[in-house]
Write a protein that binds this ligand. Structure first.
Ligand SMILES: [Zn+2]
Length: 375
């Protein structure tokens, strides 16, 4: 199997990065007209900066207001707007659903795409895939694109003014990356591009994990102050770039499959992707019979930043065995990334791992040396 590493063509990050958006696009050899797909809050926050940055490069652009859900209908509506504007590049600005929609529109029209996340809530912005959910909010499929984004531009002054919960959720998504990447690399599983992992991707995934542990808490402070600090710069890079490269070029394993299983429980729908992934990771560590030291390190980090560690934390307090069976069946469907684990996975094993994760989370919380910090 060939090793494959993939990445966006360019990644730009820093306070007021939006002011350079026009130049960054121009420097890549891309030109207008541009279609900006954006949610209402991104439009409110960024429209002045867009007017200024695109004036300096003389780029025409139109803004398409995102309706709220990444559905096939919304993708088609955006594609029509892009055609009408004769767009040569599609720019997504906002949260995950906006960026997913922008990537889908660009892919449908074979146009270059620029992602400008306004929250650091997941590692999707650098990747060449979108997650599609059905109308009921259940995980449905990964939609894989030919190319990674041409540019990912993250304005950390914007992130510093975003709510804390999405940033912490992004930490949950990034927390699993190293553990899932390691499983895939060690056991020869395919990454998201169908190739083998590289040493590069694996070491980026490890740096991602170390950065979370070192900077997670201090990054939250930056959001309380609404001002970027050095810890936020490193943490945003970990959530967005390191985790994105790590998962896509090394692969996913049990944590994300269990996340997908958890979406079958209606109680979890109010919880963000990374929050469910964080609990899925705890279950993965149980499945793998990881050492207490590893489990404690992950639990201590999760508790310190406010990531879920129990069933109750993800909206399924005291789940009955029918519900756990549904979650486990969904998590172990043929083709799921849980089968990248080196042991034969059965729904029964997943149920045991979920219960063990919940018990470990409860026990950890009851130990006097830690506190579960609210945010
Ligand atoms: Zn994820």
């Amino acid at each position: 199997m060939l090793k494959v590493f993939c990445a966006p063509a360019r990644y730009t990050q820093g306070p007021q990065a939006t002011e350079q958006l026009g130049h960054e696009i121009y420097n890549l050899g891309l030109g207008g007209p541009a279609l900006i797909v954006a949610g209402r809050s991104a439009i409110r926050l960024l429209s002045d900066a867009w007017a200024q940055t695109f004036a300096t490069t003389g780029t025409n652009y139109e803004v398409f207001t995102f309706a709220g859900e990444c559905t096939l209908r919304e993708i088609e509506r955006g594609s029509q707007a892009a055609r009408a504007a004769k767009a040569q590049v599609v720019i997504g600005a906002g949260g995950g659903k906006v960026l997913d929609t922008a990537r889908a529109i660009a892919a449908d029209l074979s146009l270059p795409v620029v992602n400008c996340p306004t929250i650091a809530s997941s590692d999707a912005p650098c990747s060449a895939l979108s997650v599609i959910y059905n109308e009921a909010g259940e995980w449905e499929a990964y939609r894989i694109y030919r190319r990674n984004p041409d540019l990912v531009l993250v304005d950390t002054a914007v992130i510093a003014k975003s709510p804390i919960r999405p940033l912490v959720s992004g930490m949950g998504d990034a927390l699993a990356t190293w553990f899932e990447a390691k499983v895939c690399a060690e056991h020869g599983a395919k990454n998201m591009r169908g190739g083998a992992s590289t040493r590069s991707a694996l070491s980026l995934a490890e740096l991602c994990y170390k950065t979370l542990l070192a900077d997670g808490l201090a990054a939250i402070e930056a959001l309380r102050d609404q001002e970027p600090n050095d810890a936020l710069e490193r943490l945003v890079e970990a959530n967005t770039l390191l985790s994105g490269l790590g998962f896509e070029s090394s692969g996913l394993a049990a944590a994300h499959a269990i996340h997908n299983g958890l979406t079958a429980a209606a109680g979890t729908h109010d919880y963000m992707h990374g929050e469910k992934v964080a609990f899925g990771l705890l279950a993965q560590l149980m499945l793998e019979s990881q050492s207490n030291a590893v489990i404690e390190e992950v639990l201590a980090f999760s508790a310190s930043v406010g990531l879920p560690t129990t069933f109750a934390d993800i909206g399924i307090d005291n789940p009955d065995s029918d519900l756990l069976e549904r979650i486990a069946q969904r998590a172990t469907m043929p083709g799921e990334t849980i089968h990248n684990e080196p042991i034969q996975i059965t729904p029964k094993l997943v149920i045991e791992a979920l219960r063990a994760a919940d018990s470990a989370g409860m026990a950890f919380r009851q130990t006097p040396r830690t506190s579960h910090l609210p945010y």
